[in-house]
Design a protein around this ligand. Structure first.
Ligand code: NAI
Ligand code: MG
Length: 489
């Protein structure tokens, strides 16, 4: 494998290698992928288009590093996790600009959300690591011990919507647990992930973290079906998850899957409509709606429907779309042309299904950004839950509004979804709020708020939204395995 040396022009290097066994190397296939800024269309950097041979090398490095790393002292791993957090903090502003440049999100959002949350993952798991230990059980005539051991080499495959945070959510618990890693970020947006690994590479023994870039279809199967890989963690689409589960089945390895969503944001007549409307607008535009937990189905009680819709439209219409680096901008560019076109396809589907476009419904033109992938934030009203716009994940700044009369019929519709990742209920009636939360088939429910995740709360799906609970202690169970030792007295 040949090592790569490149120069930095502006924010990024001209070309990034794979990171395998502590070195930056070119793909053995000799192909690269050019990444661009979705707001300006300008080229940013090239990454390696990896192949199965690159994967073999990365898994071999992770396997070789595992025995020593899995036996490293907790104090050592804790200090490394804390040092990663410190280094990210020291370069936060630069990382926020990089995330914006590659993904299209606003610098403001990257600064107040992506960076602190990513840093928080390393901080959280640096503490949680001390709670990973075996147990003893007492029997009259014997002692039972369980050791909790790191599971081995893990494959981690992540998407492009919040890449630095995704990498942190995956790496922090795996490293805390003592696993070694082969990480594959998305081929469209991954430059902050490459920069993270550049920043922290010297802290880790060679082979503990390896990174292979490229298209999923070129590297996914070789990675997940590799007999030396002991677990796979994936975040992305349900369609790709099914393929990964098939590769994992051939390898008989456990999976954690964080997949799509079509979350219900339920507004009852007693709710604070101003706050509910403000928050529904936030959920529509936050990260351009490219968020698995977006509250993309708003169920409003009919008696307050018109009043709510008017406020919601006003909030969404006040959102400034445009230059992601401008402090006033709240909606940047879609991450990729594929995503930009997919969402516009749903504008047509909505019209065809008889939904009303209460606002938005087209691309947005932004002065000085003629090649930018901008969309107007969009509210669809008069939606029925059986329409495609209410059933399929759009993953854009689009929210469907559905009116309801009867609570139990509304809940039937809320749960009539293949997904179940998040959701909210707005009510000033305590019993009603608890009643509805109990009945929602979904992994995270907010009461009178949205997008409020205190550190350590488990996040994960019901149904086709996946399985496994990340961002919390629970995920450490998935990166470890127990061994029972029985000692007769
Ligand atoms: P995707 O699920 O195909 O991509 C996510 C990751 O999986 C990327 O790193 C990709 O390279 C990798 N991948 C693709 N095919 C693979 C394979 N055969 N083996 C292994 N890895 C593979 O998502 P995509 O196509 O970029 O987006 C399509 C839709 O998926 C979005 O519009 C959105 O609805 C949903 N999605 C949901 C996400 C979430 O956070 N739950 C994140 C990204 C996408
Ligand atoms: Mg795909």
């Amino acid at each position: 494998m040949s090592t790569i040396e490149t120069t930095r022009t502006g924010l990024f290097l001209d070309e990034y290698g794979h990171f395998i066994n502590g070195e930056w190397v070119a793909s053995q296939g000799g192909r690269t992928i050019a990444l661009s800024n979705p707001a300006t269309g300008r080229a940013l950097a090239k990454i390696q288009a990896g192949n199965a041979r690159d994967v073999q090398a990365a898994v071999a490095a992770a396997k070789a590093a595992f025995p020593a790393w899995s036996r490293s002292r907790i104090e050592e791993r804790q200090e490394i996790l804390l040092e990663i957090a410190r280094r990210l903090k020291a370069r936060s502003a630069e990382f926020a600009r990089m995330e914006s440049a590659n993904n299209g999100k606003t610098v403001t959002e990257a600064t107040i959300h992506d960076l602190p949350e990513a840093i928080g993952q390393f901080e959280y798991f640096s503490g949680a690591v001390y709670s990973l230990h075996g147990e003893t059980r007492d029997y009259p005539d014997l002692i039972g011990l369980t050791h909790r051991e790191p599971i081995g080499v893990v494959a981690q495959i992540i998407p492009w919507n919040v890449p630095l945070l995704m990498a942190s959510m995956k790496l922090a618990p795996a490293l805390a647990a003592g696993c070694t890693v082969v990480l594959k970020p998305a081929e469209t947006v991954c430059l902050t992930v490459l920069e993270l690994i550049r920043e922290i590479g010297d802290l880790l023994p060679p082979g503990v973290v390896n990174l292979v870039t490229g298209y999923g279809q070129d590297v996914g199967e070789a990675l997940v079906a590799h007999p030396d890989v002991r677990k796979v963690a994936f975040t992305g689409s349900t369609a790709t998850a099914r393929k990964i589960i098939e590769y994992a089945a051939r390898n008989t390895i456990p999976q954690t899957m964080e997949l799509g969503g079509k979350s219900a944001n339920i507004i009852c007549a007693s709710a604070d409509l101003d706050e509910a409307a403000r928050t529904a607008a936030l959920s529509t535009v936050f990260n351009k709606g490219e968020v698995c937990m977006a509250g993309s189905r708003v169920f409003v009680e009919r008696s307050v429907h018109d009043a709510f819709l008017e406020k919601f439209v006003r909030e969404v219409d006040s959102v400034q779309v445009g230059d992601p680096s401008h402090a006033e901008t709240r909606l940047g560019a879609m991450s990729s042309r594929a995503q930009y076109e997919k969402v516009q396809g749903y504008f047509d589907i909505a019209r065809g299904e008889g939904a009303e476009i209460a606002t938005g419904g087209t691309a947005a033109t932004v002065a000085d950004f003629p090649d930018g992938l901008f969309l107007k934030p969009t509210i669809l009203s008069g939606v029925r839950n059986d329409m495609r716009v209410a059933q399929e994940e759009i993953f854009g700044p689009v929210t469907s509004v559905i009116a309801w009369d009867d609570e139990s019929e509304m809940l039937r519709q809320v749960n009539d979804s293949r997904y179940g990742l998040a959701g909210a209920v707005w009510s000033n009636d305590l019993k009603q709020a608890h009643r509805i939360a109990r009945d929602m088939q979904t992994g995270v429910i907010w009461v009178n708020t949205y997008y409020n995740l205190p550190r350590g709360m488990p996040v994960g799906g019901y149904k086709q939204s996946g399985f496994g609970r990340e961002l919390s202690w629970d995920i450490l169970r998935d990166y470890t395995i127990t061994k029972s030792v029985i000692i007769p007295l």
